[in-house]
Design a protein around this ligand. Sequence first.
Ligand code: SF4
Length: 451
Amino acid sequence: MAEVGVSLGATRAEQMPRGELLEDAMQRFGHLPPEAILKEDLLRTGMAFDDSALTDNEDGEVKPKSYFIFSFDHRELPELGTAALRRPPEEIVLTGGPFGLRRTVVSVRVNPASPYRVAAGEDGLLRLHVDGRAIADVGLPPMPEYYRHALGNGKQVMEVAPTIQWGYLIYLTVFRVCQYFGAKEECQYCDINHNWRQHKKAGRPYTGVKPVDEVLEALAIIDEYDTAKLSTAYTLTGGSVTKTVEGLAEADFYGRYAKAIEERFPGRWIGKVVAQALPKADVQRFFDYGIRIYHPNYEVWDKRLFELYCPGKERYVGREEWHRRILDAADVFGARNVIPNFVAGVEMAAPHGFTEVDAAIESTAEGLEYFMSRGITPRFTTWCPEPTTPLGRANPQGAPLEYHLKLLTVYRETMERNKLAAPPGYGLPGAGNAVFSVSSFMDTLPPEPAG
Ligand code: SF4
């Protein structure tokens, strides 16, 4: 593994004007939907927003960005200009334009320096521009009715139980910090603890540990006003618990929310949890509490990079044990329902990452085959190089687009080879159907009935 820069070909391509890079990628990766190519580039680079495309926060007609766990921005809040005061939308939906895009839902990551800009034209309609050229029509998420009703104590539903993926997923970050703390433990690309600090500093409501009662009250509001039943799943998540929170270890801490939710709203939503890879007895408790999908995220496959970039996970559990527990979890949940995430792109992050796209892909593909050959379907989120993280600071451009497109290619091939269908709990796959907004893996898979 070399220590400097990325391969010459990928570097040259990255220096092209962005519109040219995009069109070149659409030609070279003609087997991928153009929607997925553009989405992946937007997710790794972020977007700038004209003031006309910002929201009026809780009081407007557009659903604001909730900052549901990480910042997913390329600048700290004070550097976002108007977007720090009037939040950007949670997501945008792209259609039409010169590529004839089918409906494409993209999570919003703000980057004032991005070559991509959302702005209104003279006709008042919002469009996405690259290098000043309009390339897609932009739709904004309407403010859901349930966001207009506060809890009894005045808290916003958006703060307690935000929804993402165009309303499909209720994202319950019930523990807003991680007990892997500081440079020697925090995952080197993760800003959960910083995001907590910056929102507190800005005076925004940001509850550290969400009381169970508040979560139930917010869910009751969603249940009452989501009459179209768009919300389909909830995710319980937050930082890792290495000691206890409110006297509870990780499985019982996150599990208590699932238990309360399933008792109050039995089967209303698919219950998921993102947590550490825990011993089998703890995993069984998640299941017994009512969770049906388990995400024990393995973050990055390469052994050395896992040790360097996920020092807390390496120290408390260790890579081999982490993987063994993922396999064990299949005995409890069924292989289809164990869906570990990895952060696509950090394997190319300096100072220790792969410098050749193909070497990074080869490593990641090895991990995909390891799990998929056992019936477990990993999924990935596209790395956002947040500026307060060590890897974000060292790699403000993120990973090359070429890496992301080769990953989409090998991901789909590995699924097909192992005869796996799209993982459950993500809505419909296929360009034009997908709602999963933080990577384009679902946009890339062939259309099929919902899992
Ligand atoms: S385990 Fe790592 S990625 Fe997850 S919240 Fe903690 S520091 Fe962040």
